[in-house]
Design a protein around this ligand. Structure first.
Ligand SMILES: C[S@@+](CC[C@H](N)C(=O)[O-])C[C@H]1O[C@@H](n2cnc3c(N)ncnc32)[C@H](O)[C@@H]1O
Length: 439
């Protein structure tokens, strides 16, 4: 449970984190790490984190209220004070922090941001806010809490579902675990959770998944350090089964870090396949290795650009390739509410270009008769079906497998989970098989 009070230092840290996310493009993941360095008390940290997520989820409604309360807009160089005011409004309106407590500690926080001049302003705005209702407008004024380009793009791509996608993006996601079947069984782990008074149920589609009724810090769940489970949404867990792995295969996980799917592959097949985990980012590969150490797994890892084949490929074709491509992450906005501030329409075109190149490179190292699974956590067809269509048109030996499965919607070349479908994250999957060359 998040406390409703925290010292002014936690509130100024919250404002600075929000400022960096919204105005400097810092990721929420990075800002969460720096909060951990700045705020010692875990309850204060939880308060700050809850405020940051809340403000990002309700940014446009809070901004609309702030605009009404300010006599004139703040200057660009005072965007940190704007962030402080938005989080103060969130505390009063949506966290039910008593107004007097929110006012006094945010006034103090303005001082610790070295903006003593703003103390009067923060005091006046937050006092006035207590009397003013916040309308969480799920309409065009506040774009359903999304930037307008994103709303418009979803309206074009999903004329029937755009509204439910936007609403799902503002929901709190469930906490889903994947039980390490080499260490425990799902039934045993559910029993262990029950013994700890942590209600949970099996996931509907993934054989390894456990859905917690209430989110909990991982350290408080049984067996995290012992490697009994990983945290992973059910949609991500469903990728591994589509690879149809068989003993003895040579398998490439082309964009592996931080290793969510690599570790799932290893848990399913132990050492029965020869797996190479590749990633461009050597730092993120360290996270893969840390996950291996915790879960008791291992395989070859390599830091390399998958498209630069001459630098890493040993000339032996792969029977299975998982390409979990870098993408807009537009399917997981409910988990990363900062994404809506970090993407632009130009990014989608750039990402699609990278995805096409990655797919073409991976196709060239796939064995005849082999299978490639292309996955993204994007909802945009430009990053999904259009990428597959590009390869299928340019390549004579690619055939697209029909993925007729209960848990996803069929698309022309693959299948799509939209955010919130069966409670899952938004994910896209397409499976391609390589024809044997004509003799
Ligand atoms: C969606 S994430 C992969 C998530 C991972 N498969 C998992 O399940 O945990 C995409 C990854 O692709 C990597 N990447 C981006 N471009 C790459 C490239 N050209 N070659 C190899 N990896 C790349 C990024 O560093 C990032 O770690």
């Amino acid at each position: 449970m998040v406390l409703k009070s925290a010292p002014s230092s936690a509130r100024s840290a919250t404002a600075q984190a929000l400022y960096k996310i919204v105005h400097e493009g810092q990721s929420l993941t990075r800002s969460t790490r720096s909060l951990a360095e700045r705020i010692d008390d875990p309850r204060d940290r939880a308060f700050a984190q809850s405020c940051i997520y809340g403000v990002l989820r309700h940014y446009y409604s809070l901004q609309a209220l702030l605009d009404q309360l300010l006599k004139k807009p703040l200057r660009r160089k005072d965007a940190d004070i704007e962030a402080l005011l938005l989080s103060g409004l969130y505390q009063i309106k949506l966290m039910n922090v008593p107004a007097h407590a929110a006012v006094s500690s945010n006034v103090e926080a303005a001082r610790s941001l070295n903006k003593s001049w703003a103390c009067g302003l923060v005091n006046a705005v937050l006092r006035k806010a207590s009397a003013q209702p916040l309308t969480l407008e799920r309409d065009r004024t506040t774009h359903f809490e999304h930037p307008s380009w994103l709303v418009e793009r979803l309206q074009v791509d999903y004329p029937d579902d755009w509204e439910s996608i936007l609403n799902a993006n503002n929901e709190h996601p469930p906490m889903t675990l994947r039980v390490n079947r080499l260490q425990s069984s799902r039934a045993d782990y559910l029993a262990a959770l029950g013994d700890t008074n942590l209600p949970a149920e099996p996931t509907r589609f993934s054989d390894d998944g456990v859905l917690l009724t209430h989110s909990s810090p991982v350290a408080q769940l049984p067996g995290f350090e012992q490697g009994l489970f990983s945290v992973q949404d059910e949609a991500a867990q469903l990728a591994t089964g589509l690879l149809e792995l068989e003993p003895g295969q040579r398998v490439l996980d082309a964009c592996a870090a931080p290793g969510g799917k690599t570790t799932h592959i290893l848990e399913r097949v132990e050492n029965a396949v020869e797996l190479l985990a590749l990633d461009l980012d050597a730092g993120r590969l360290e996270d893969v290795k840390a996950n291996f150490a915790r879960l008791g797994l291992s395989c070859s890892t390599l830091a390399a650009d998958a498209t630069d084949i001459d630098t890493w490929w040993d000339g032996k074709y792969f029977d299975r390739i998982l390409l979990d491509a870098p993408c807009s992450a537009s399917g997981i906005i409910r988990r990363h509410p900062d994404i809506r501030f970090h993407r632009s329409p130009e990014d989608i075109a750039e990402l699609a270009d990278r995805q096409r190149k990655l797919l073409a490179s991976m196709w060239s190292v796939l064995a005849p008769g082999g299978t490639l699974l292309y996955v993204t956590c994007s909802v945009f067809p430009a990053e999904n079906d259009a990428v597959i269509a590009h390869l299928a048109e340019a390549t004579a030996d690619a055939s697209v497998d029909i993925l007729d499965i209960a848990w996803a919607r069929r698309t022309k070349f693959g299948c799509q989970i939209l955010p919130g479908d069966h409670g899952m994250d938004g994910f896209y999957y397409a499976r391609l098989s390589k024809g044997h060359p004509a003799i």
